[in-house]
Design a protein around this ligand. Structure first.
Ligand code: ZN
Length: 407
């Protein structure tokens, strides 16, 4: 956790940005647990490195997707404790009491903007520091007030549509004590991509901090940061190779095999399973960089197959998870917990005593016993909008960007 005195942090930030030093040497100018250089190799031998698997879901938590998340929550890691997942929530349609329920059972709540506006070209791409800051800050106010997420927690972030906003966005993250960004994709360090320039394949990239931004990671979508940000983590979205051999960062954009009956989708659960297993093995048998499966719930429900109810995505995904969940060196953890591991890089043999992966000592207390359903008319161009909150009473107005408390 960074020092929370704003002035001090600002000063350190400014000094950090002016630094001419553009090398990052682990153990020399960058020390764990707060600083990690970008790398594709750890000191720990591979056979003693746990394979971390990350499951994340974007956008609102709703009564439609909650049961699916609950079903996945039942899995346990090799230490006998429940798995944890990461939810990048946006405000509209988010059911804050269901979100809170995931949170109190050990899942991670992270930020994904208040508005999630669909206009990338005119809103997100030109967004300046104050737009990014307000989209982050107001949502943070909302998840803490309506969803009872602890005010003391530094939260993670994913940019809508993975359209990262360069230094304007990273500066806003840094100024708000964000824990990490997880929207920056990498094809170069995917572990399978063959660069046409030198016909080489580079191992997958580990998470790192931006203390000494050497612009190590390739820049695929949006604008990448050039400045340094002390202690701010990048959790790279390492590209998967889809059923057609093409890169994809989110499962939603991964296309099915050529012999699948859909135009884009996987229609055969065996193809989903094979695709996930192949990508997993690629990670597991190289350097064991975290294996991230990033998706929207809609990927499990919608497809363009002749039989849209085939459930191939869900079945293939579940079969894959059941299999890797039975492996003694695979841990399914939230991004927050994965970063805790990177700070210490403890051997697989010592994971039974690694605090961040341990179970809750007691059943988690429920502080949202009486959630409210608030109804607003004629907002955001809609006749009616509902908003479920743990906080009482209902805000006078529908909470939104610029008015997160709905005053
Ligand atoms: Zn989204």
């Amino acid at each position: 956790m960074r020092v929370s005195f704003h002035a001090v942090t600002l000063l350190v930030g400014v000094l950090g940005m002016c630094s001419a030093e553009k090398t990052c040497e682990q153990g020399v100018n960058c020390l764990l647990p707060n600083c990690m250089c970008p790398t594709t190799k750890l000191d720990l031998p591979i056979r003693r490195t746990p394979q971390l698997v990350i499951l994340s879901f974007d956008d609102a938590v709703t009564i439609t997707n909650y049961d699916f998340y609950q079903e996945l929550s039942g899995m346990q890691n090799p230490n006998g404790c429940n798995i944890s997942m990461t939810f990048f929530v946006s405000h509209q349609y988010n059911n804050y009491s269901l979100m809170y329920d995931l949170y109190r059972h050990g899942h991670e709540i992270a930020l994904h903007s208040v508005t999630h506006k669909p206009d990338i070209e005119h809103y997100w791409r030109p967004a300046n520091y104050s737009v990014w800051k307000q989209e982050m800050e107001d949502l943070r106010t909302m998840v803490t007030r309506y969803g009872l997420v602890s005010r003391n927690e530094d939260l993670g972030w994913r940019a809508p549509f993975l359209e990262i906003g360069g230094d304007e966005m990273f500066r806003a993250l840094y100024d708000q004590y964000a824990l990490y960004d997880c929207s920056w994709t990498s094809l170069k360090y995917s572990g399978w991509y063959v660069s046409p320039n030198d016909s080489k394949t580079l191992p997958p990239l580990f998470p790192y901090t931006l203390d000494h931004n050497t612009e190590f990671q390739d820049c695929q979508i949006g604008k990448c940061p050039k400045n340094d940000y002390r202690g701010l983590w990048v959790f790279p979205m390492v590209d998967l190779q889809d059923g057609r051999g093409e890169p994809c960062a989110m499962l939603d954009t991964c296309q099915g095999n050529k012999n699948d009956a859909g135009i884009h989708s996987f229609c055969d659960e065996n193809n989903v399973y094979d695709f996930l297993m192949k990508n997993f093995n690629n990670r597991y048998h190289s350097n064991r960089a975290p294996f991230g499966l990033y998706s929207h719930y809609s990927w499990f429900k919608e497809n363009d197959c002749p039989d849209p109810d085939n459930d191939a995505h869900r079945k293939g995904y579940k079969r894959f998870l059941d299999e890797v969940n039975g492996m003694h060196d695979v841990y399914i953890v939230s991004i927050r917990k994965a970063l805790e591991w990177f700070k210490e890089q403890v051997s697989i043999n010592d994971l039974d005593y690694f605090e961040p992966f341990l179970c809750n000592a007691f059943p988690p207390k429920n502080h949202c016993l009486d959630p409210l359903d608030c109804i607003y008319e004629d907002v955001l161009g809609l006749n009616e909008i509902r908003f479920n909150t743990c906080h009482r009473p209902c805000p006078a107005n529908y909470p939104w960007l610029g008015n997160p408390l709905g005053e």
